[in-house]
Structures are given as structure tokens and as C-alpha cells.
Design a protein around this ligand. Sequence first.
Ligand SMILES: *Cc1c(COP(=O)(O)O)cnc(C)c1O
Length: 430
Amino acid sequence: MKFYSLNKKSPKASFEEAVINGIAPDKGLYFPEKISSLPKAFFANIEQFDNHEIAYQLIKQFVGDEIPEGSLRAIIKDTLNFDFPLVNIEKDVFTLELFHGPTMAFKDVGARFMARCLSYFNKNSDQEVTVLVATSGDTGGAVASGFLGVKGVNVLILYPSGKVSKVQEKQLTTLGLNIKALEVEGTFDDCQKMVKDAFMDTEITDKIKLTSANSINVARWLPQMFYFAFAYKQLANKSKKLIFSIPSGNFGNICAGMMAHRLGLPVGQFIASTNSNNVVPIYLETRKYNPIKSIQTISNAMDVGDPSNFIRIQKIYNNSFNKLKKHLHSYSFTDYETRDAMLSIFKKDKYIADPHGAVGYLGLKKYMKSSKNSQGIFLETAHPVKFLEVIEPVIKQTIDYPPQIQEVINKRKKATFIRSYDEMKTFLLG
Ligand SMILES: *Cc1c(COP(=O)(O)O)cnc(C)c1O
């Protein structure tokens, strides 16, 4: 399979090149040249297939023959070694729990798949690759865990000091081996700028082979299709109109859901639920796309003022505003509404939602008010334990550490504190 750059000023790339480059030389996002739907019978009979088979059928056309079937199946099996339960919390309202992986966020799926693809492509090379990644919290942990112990790959994570949750910080800084963390005096934007500058700095790139592991990489984006199909498989009643509400920041997750729909997954409606970073809801209302400087909220993994995957979403709908508007609704919610939703879900449904999931719930409920004979699924993108500081004061109850967290929480943090780009560069070259 070939991928082309959505900026159209770069040569086409193979899957391997797209995974290794991350972004095209013209700074465009890679997009598959051709998309083929799967046979209707596949979705009609989905209950007969196990998750690994479903994943293989969804991804194989994008990988093509660049990874042989046996190896691709092994990568999938290794990636998906945890569950994706669909939990019924109210009549016709379900949540898809995507937090049963090693770092308890949905990003585990993309990060684990990408790490294994990179390792496959790097297996005959003796040059080491350094994955450089900036994180506002969840990405760093998932990438660190996904790449831990992967041969030929070093990982350097930059995170803003004092701006990630305690659990997240432990996940970034306690693994050791090929994973190193830099604690940056500054914001997430500062971290991201340092990463971008490093890619442009020939004094670095002449010596070190750099790659990124952010959500625009096709090997992180596409495997996120899998769990939309796993959710569908688990639905008892498949005749009602199905609505997916996705708490969205960079819009990679929802874009993967739309790709699954493009392959034939029966979805009636997508809802992009956002916090106060409401560029997309405003766009769908006014047709004007105006990026903003990101606003800080309690659902901080979605604090994105210019969602990078939105351009892929437009492409999936052939850049037709009307088509897009038919399939996608988008609503924005304040922190006040989000806290209120967490409390009411806890009291009414006896369920603890994290702030991101709560935003997804709000979007789903808003749409379902005017949609008859439908059922909805909102994605729970992270385990509540990752956002203890926000949730516990709202529900006035403590949240116990699951085993994955227990394991890291008492380990000693190891990070190098830096104040400037030059300090990062010295660390990288040293
Ligand atoms: C990254 C993240 C999101 C946003 O996902 P996108 O693909 O960037 O839209 C939502 N919730 C959590 C918990 C996240 O970590």
C-alpha cells in the first residue's frame, strides 16, 4: 500500500517509509492512496471472529505485503493482549473501556502497534533509532511502555514539569532500560517546540537517526480502528442506530473510527465531544476553521487548539462539508459541566468516569435527546486513577490503584531537569 502526503508536495511512501518518517517531507500527513471496503458478510458475522482476526482483517490492506502475514498477525497478537469491555451504564448507553492496557489509556494500542512495526522494520539495521516525543501526559506513558525493551530503539520523552498527574509522571520516569525522561521547565507547547527544533537541527540529525511517535504516525492512527469493531461485536442488539461519541483532542481516535466506518463498520453517527477547545464544533456551525491557542482544562489530554488529524477527517469525506456534517456532530463542554457529569454518572449509574470519558458521555446524551430508536457508546479513553487529583474531590471517594499502577507508583522517579533547548541538545548528543 502506498501513502501520499495530504500536502501533495512529497513523493508517495510505502507503509514502512510512512511509519519511519512519521510525517511527509512537505510536512503533510500521510493518507492511504486507496481504501477498500471489507465484504458485508464480515461485519454481519463479526461475532464469529476473535479480536485478533478482526484486527488483522481491518489493517491488512494498509500494511500490504511489507510485513508478511505471519509477522503481522504476531504483531497484532502482541499488541492486543488485554480486553476492551463494553459496559452498559444506562438504558441504551454504553461505555467502551479502553483503559485495560499497561498504561491504562487507549494510546496503548497505537503505541504498542507502532513500536512493534518499527522494530520489525529495524530488525536488519545496526543503526539505532531515537524516538523523540513530547507529552502532555498519556502519550509519553504509552510510548514508554510500548517501546520498553524494543531492540535498536531508544526513547526520549519530554514532559512539562509539574503539569502531568502524579500517576502519569511515574509512568514516564520509572521504566529505565531504553527509556529516558526529560523534565522540562515550561509548558507542553515548549516541549513540543524543542522536539520540532531537534528534527530541524542538522548537528543532531547528522549524528542520530530521529523519529517521532506522535499520533499523526499511520502506525499509531490506524490500529485505533480495531476497538470500534470490538465494540460493535459486543452489542447485543445490532438493529438500532449506533452512535459513537469520542472525547477528542487531536482527533486521531475519532478519525480511526471513521476509517472503520469507511471499511464498512455499521455506524449511524459520530459525535466529537470536546472540552473548551472548541475549534471543530465552531467549524461545523459556521464553516470557519479558526485554530486557537490551547486552553487549559481538567480533561487535559484534549487541550488542543489546532487538531492535527482534522485534515484526514475531511479527506475521508472527500473534502465535502455537507457530507462531513451529515456524519459528524460536535459539541463542546466546560469544566463545570464535566465535573457535574462525573458526579451524576457516579451517583446515578454507580460508575466512575474520568474527565475525558465524562465529556464523551455529555456529547452522547446531548445527541441522543433528539435521536429515536438509537443506542450510543462513549469511549472511556483513560482509567480514572490517572486523573485522581480531579476526580476524588468531585465524587468524594478515593480510587484504589489497579495493579498496573501499583507497580510503578512506588518506584523511584528518574528524570533529568532541563531549562532550555541547548540543555536538551547536550543531553541528546552526550
Ligand atoms: C489523547 C487522549 C484523548 C484525545 O485523543 P485524540 O486522538 O487526540 O483526539 C482523549 N482522552 C485521553 C485520556 C487521551 O489520552
